[in-house]
Design a protein around this ligand. Structure first.
Ligand code: DQA
Length: 153
């Protein structure tokens, strides 16, 4: 399976217009295209989804996880409080990378905490669109290590 799920939560459909100093200038489409290209170079296909609704994100995760190798998720503000999203991620049993365009550790104190972090193998924060390219690489490396250990055991 060579599909990576790329998931964006609330308000990320506004990228390109929404505070460029924090979130960069790329639209969500452009960001997804860039991430697709990075993933493709590493042998992965991106299946992408954005929603402003917690339940829609969970439904989509449940429908798509069984045909994917891993997840890259920018949960938006849901990452700070959605235990339902945390549970849904855990339930996929897939390696997940949490990405934030802005540096959540350098803003309001409530943003520094991520409730989905324990369901993720790593968090990339504050690197704008570069963070997504880094996330793809971390996930691809992780999947390579896992596959190698399966083959050698
Ligand atoms: C964000 C950070 C969140 O705190 C915020 O609610 C967002 C975007 C980011 O990409 O920096 O919507 O996830």
């Amino acid at each position: 399976m060579n599909t990576i799920l790329l998931i964006h939560g609330p308000n990320l459909n506004r990228l390109g217009t929404r505070d460029p100093q924090l979130y960069g200038t790329l639209t969500l489409d452009a960001l997804q295209q860039q991430t697709r290209a990075t993933a493709q170079a590493l042998g992965y296909i991106i299946r992408a989804f954005q929603s402003n609704h917690e339940g829609a994100l969970i439904d989509w995760l449940q429908e798509n996880a069984s045909t994917a190798a891993g997840i890259i998720m920018n949960p938006g503000a849901l990452g700070h409080y959605s235990y339902a999203l945390y549970d849904a991620l855990l339930d996929t049993k897939l390696p997940c990378l949490e990405v934030h365009l802005s540096d959540i550790h350098a803003r309001e104190s409530w943003r520094a905490h991520s409730v989905i972090a324990p369901a993720c193998i790593a968090q990339v924060s504050g690197k704008k669109e570069q963070g997504y390219q880094e996330a793809v690489k971390i996930l691809a490396e992780h999947l390579k290590r896992v596959n190698e250990s399966v083959v050698s055991s």
